[in-house]
Write a protein that binds this ligand. Structure first.
Ligand code: SAH
Length: 347
C-alpha cells in the first residue's frame, strides 16, 4: 500500500489530519516517509541542494566559527552537536578545517542527531568518529556547540487561516473522488485579530520543544547554538508550506512521501522563546552578511591561490551562498548563547 493509500484509509476511518500530522507522515513514515527512504538527499542529483552541498567553504567557515566559539567558552570538553546532518558534508568540512586547532578535536564529542537510518549510514562514511542520537533530549549534558543547517524547516507546522467568520485550521481531508485535498476546519473560537481575511498563521510545535531543550542545556552549562535556515525575521501571514521534487516546486498534497516538505522558519519565535528564557540572542541576520563577516571572500582567495583553476567555480559558489537573489537573503542565521558569554563571531 502506498503512503497516499494509507493516508486516505486513515482519513476515511478517523477524519482529516492537521497539516503537521500530514507533514510528519510524509517526512517520517518509517516505511514510505521522505527521510526514511531517500538516502540521496542533498546531493547534486537530489531534490534540493543545501549550502554545504553547494560549497565546501560553507562547512569550513562554520567549523572555524565553532572553533572560535569553543575558545570563547574557555576551551572545555564539549559536545559538538549537529542537528539533521543530511549527508554529513557540513561536519566533514568543519572537521577538516579545524584539524590544526590545538586541542579542539580532543575536547570534542561529536554527536549527530538524526532520525533517518539511510542518512546515518551516509554520515558515518564522512564522519566516522561520531555518536548518533535520534533526539536532542538524548544527548548527554555539558558544554556544547550546536549547529543546525536546514533542520528546523522540516519540523511539521500547523496552519490557521483567517476566514470571514474567524480562524480555521487548515486540514488534509478527502475530496468527492476520495483524493487527498486541503480543507478548513469549522471556525475556531479564537480572539479576533487585525489580520486580513486570507492571512495564514503557522506554528511549529516541534520547534518549540527543541528550543526548550536547548534553553535547559545552555543554562546548565555554557554553550552556543547556530541555526541557519530559510525563513522570516517576522511572520508575513502567508502559507509557506512547500514541496520540492528534483529541484522543482510541486503541489504538497500530491505524491506524499516522495517530495521534500518544508516550511519557512519563524525566527521571531525562536528569538522570543530564547530571550524569554534569558538566553543571549544574536541575529537573525542574512546568510550573506554572516558568511561575509566570517571572511568567505578571504577563504576563496586562499583556495584560489592553492588552485588557480578553481577561481571561477569559487566565485559562483560565493554568489550562490551570499547573493540576495540566491541563498544570501532568504536564508537567515541566528545564534543563541548561555548568559555571560562574549558576542559570537559574525554578528
Ligand atoms: N543539514 C543538512 C541536511 C538538511 S535536510 C544539510 O545542510 O545538507 C534535514 C536533515 O534533518 C536530514 O538529515 C533529516 O533526516 C534530518 N531530520 C529531519 N527531521 C528530523 C528530526 N525530527 N530529528 C532528527 N533529524 C531530523
Amino acid at each position: 500500500m502506498s503512503l497516499s493509500e494509507k493516508l486516505i484509509e486513515h482519513i476515511r476511518d478517523n477524519g482529516p489530519l492537521t497539516v503537521a500530522e500530514y507533514m510528519g507522515a510524509c517526512l517520517y513514515d518509517p516505511d514510505d516517509g521522505y527521510y526514511a527512504t531517500r538516502p540521496g538527499i542533498g546531493g547534486a542529483s537530489a531534490d534540493f541542494l543545501t549550502a554545504p552541498e553547494a560549497s565546501q567553504m560553507f562547512g569550513e567557515l562554520i567549523g572555524l566559527w565553532c572553533a572560535h566559539e569553543w575558545d570563547a567558552l574557555g576551551k572545555p570538553a564539549f559536545n559538538w552537536i549537529e542537528l539533521g546532518p543530511g549527508r554529513g558534508v557540513l561536519m566533514e568540512d568543519a572537521i577538516r578545517a579545524t584539524k590544526r586547532i590545538e586541542g579542539m578535536h580532543e575536547a570534542a564529542t561529536l554527536v549527530l542527531v538524526e532520525t533517518s537510518a539511510p542518512l546515518r549510514d551516509e554520515q558515518a562514511e564522512r564522519v566516522p568518529d561520531a555518536e548518533w542520537e535520534s533526539r536532542i533530549e538524548e544527548v548527554s549534558p555539558g558544554p556544547c556547540i550546536i549547529v543546525a543547517n536546514e533542520f528546523f524547516d522540516c519540523l511539521p507546522i500547523r496552519q490557521f487561516v483567517r476566514g470571514e467568520d474567524g480562524w480555521h485550521e487548515k486540514l488534509v481531508g478527502l475530496d468527492e473522488a476520495e483524493h487527498l485535498t486541503f480543507g478548513l476546519s469549522a471556525a475556531i473560537p479564537a480572539p479576533d485579530s487585525e489580520d486580513e481575511i486570507g492571512t495564514v498563521r503557522e506554528i511549529a510545535p516541534g520547534l518549540d520543544s527543541i528550543i526548550y531543550d536547548i534553553e535547559r542545556r545552555l543554562h546548565d552549562a555554557p554553550g552556543r547554538v547556530l541555526i541557519i535556515d530559510y525563513g522570516y525575521a517576522k511572520p508575513e501571514g502567508a502559507d509557506t508550506l512547500q514541496a520540492l521534487k528534483r529541484h522543482q516546486k510541486v503541489d504538497p498534497i500530491e505524491t506524499p512521501g516522495e517530495a521534500d516538505l518544508t516550511a519557512h522558519v519563524d525566527f521571531a519565535r525562536i528569538a522570543q522563546l530564547a530571550s524569554d528564557a534569558n538566553l543571549q540572542v544574536h541575529g537573525p541576520i542574512t546568510q550573506g552578511a554572516f558568511l561575509r563577516a566570517l571572511g568567505i571572500e578571504f577563504r576563496a582567495e586562499a583556495l584560489t591561490r592553492a588552485n588557480p583553476s578553481h577561481a571561477e567555480r569559487l566565485k559562483r559558489e560565493i554568489h550562490r551562498l551570499t547573493h540576495a537573489d540566491e541563498m544570501g537573503a532568504l536564508f537567515k542565521v541566528i545564534c543563541l548563547s548561555s548568559p555571560n558569554l562574549p558576542p559570537p563571531a559574525g554578528f
